[in-house]
Design a protein around this ligand. Structure first.
Ligand code: MG
Length: 457
């Protein structure tokens, strides 16, 4: 049996991979999972085909006797919060998150607001591949689609309640917001206004073709936003992905930082402000600096396989301060146990005001590393060989092998991990010295080439 769910929901190219026929079948499978008479909340991002997919999935849900409430266009975390607070049995979010514009997808949400666990996804997959279809008689098919208003306003208010609004308002500055032309536009500028700050928006008009930039927020895709931060003398910049569950920050000098950096800073802040077991959960793709920075503060770092669903589910089960990812996802547990881009922004402002420090000053407190990311095309056999070879190359070093292999050295770390979506192994490394970094990466690439690819690159 094939797989339907990827790392984060069901995804495909709109209209060709992800057709209305697929949406209908998926809707029936989701409906069978939650059961007749259950109540689900649905939302979507701005992507092309969103209404087509949503309508087909809703048709499948209705055919299974599920009552559907529709929240409209909204960030994924806004829908997730409304699912939990509204006591729904679950939810669906039509989005392909950070993927390129031609993609669309569906995230399935459980009653606690978190996406389904891997085991639950398998149950939905079983229904999907067996083409589950209840034959309810017409008297049973009375469920309808009802509009659910106010989801975004409630979401913004819930975030504002988590932070020190009066102090943040005294920051009295501008914040540049880059919403990738998607649903972050509906919430983040509103949140900034609610916090008493001025939002300077870029790519914050809704457009299904994402004309401003690619939907993934990276230091590269946020270059325009970074220039605007500098030229407008803003105190901070933030970039979201397509469904606004991620946030990447830009300091007042125009430097953008990956999410493991901001995650480490915010987790320390959260540990001082909220009472929770002193541990954080982060994917193996996060930097070793997370441990180096948090351990001396008495905070344990628990490494997890890559993927926000795994991090959220582990945090939900084991409890802790926070969960975060290098790609910009951050879970503020006291608010909700899912990634939340606007919540992350509010926390960053809360940190800036409580420390009376600029963004660049805060990021300068972190250990410095040189970074390099690359990938090697491989077959599945070569990918397994690559991981084994790197384990042997660094035998005697501390290693984590829950998702590829991550090696910790005195002055470097390296992760070699087969991609979940492409026929490649990803190599990520950092070191204190640039020469050392190149030495480590070159040794890794050489051992993969020599042992697994017969000397080919
Ligand atoms: Mg996302």
């Amino acid at each position: 049996m094939g797989r339907l769910f990827g790392t984060d929901g069901v995804r495909g190219v709109t209209g060709t991979d992800f057709t209305p026929e697929m949406g209908l079948r998926l809707g029936r499978a989701i409906g069978a999972f939650f059961g007749k008479g259950s109540r689900l909340l649905a939302g979507r991002d701005v992507r092309a085909g969103g209404d087509m997919i949503l309508s087909s999935v809703m048709a499948g849900l209705l055919a299974e006797g599920v009552k559907v409430y529709y929240a409209g266009l909204a960030p994924t975390p806004a829908v997730q919060l409304a699912v939990r607070r509204g006591g729904y049995d679950g939810g669906i979010m039509v989005t392909a998150s950070h993927n390129p514009p031609e993609y669309n997808g569906v995230k399935v949400i459980g009653p606690e607001g978190i996406e389904l666990s891997r085991e639950e996804e398998k149950v939905v997959e079983d229904h999907y591949f067996s083409a589950h279809a209840s034959r309810l008689g017409w008297r049973s098919l009375t469920e309808s689609v009802e509009l659910r208003h106010g989801v975004i306003e409630e979401y913004v208010e819930a975030i504002a309640e988590q932070v020190d609004r009066d102090s943040i308002a005294r920051l009295d500055g501008k914040v540049v917001v880059d919403c990738a032309n998607s649903v972050g536009s509906l919430a983040t500028p509103l949140l900034l206004r609610r916090l008493g700050l001025k939002a300077l928006s870029i790519n914050c008009h809704l457009d299904p073709e994402f004309p401003g930039r690619e939907p993934e927020p990276t230091p590269d895709s946020l270059r325009e936003a970074a220039s605007l931060v500098v030229s407008s003398k803003a105190i901070l910049g933030v970039g979201h992905d397509g469904d606004a569950d991620r946030a990447i920050f830009i300091d007042e000098r125009g430097v953008a930082y990956w999410g493991d950096r901001s995650g480490a800073l915010l987790a320390l802040h959260a540990s001082r402000k909220w009472d929770a077991p002193k541990r954080v959960f982060t994917g193996v793709s996060s930097s070793m600096l997370v441990e180096e920075f948090l351990k001396p503060q008495g905070i344990d770092v628990v490494w997890t396989p890559v993927g926000s669903v795994t991090i959220a589910r582990t945090l939900w089960r084991e409890r802790g301060i926070a969960g975060f990812e290098e790609n910009g996802g951050y879970i503020h547990y006291p608010h909700q146990c899912v990634r939340d881009g606007a919540m992350k922004l509010a926390l960053m402002l809360d940190l800036m005001t409580s420390e009376r420090a600029s963004a660049s000053e805060l990021f300068s407190r972190l250990p410095r590393y040189f970074s390099r990311k690359t990938k090697v095309r491989v077959t599945p056999e070569e990918a397994a060989c690559a991981v084994e070879s790197v384990k042997e190359l660094f035998a005697g070093y501390r290693q984590i092998t829950i998702d590829g292999v991550k090696v910790f050295g005195e002055d470097f770390w390296v992760l070699v991990r087969p991609s979940g979506t492409e026929p490649v192994v990803r190599v990520m490394a950092e070191a204190r010295e640039e020469g050392r970094l190149n030495e480590v990466v070159n040794a890794v690439l050489k051992v993969i080439s020599d042992r697994c690819k017969g000397g080919r690159a």
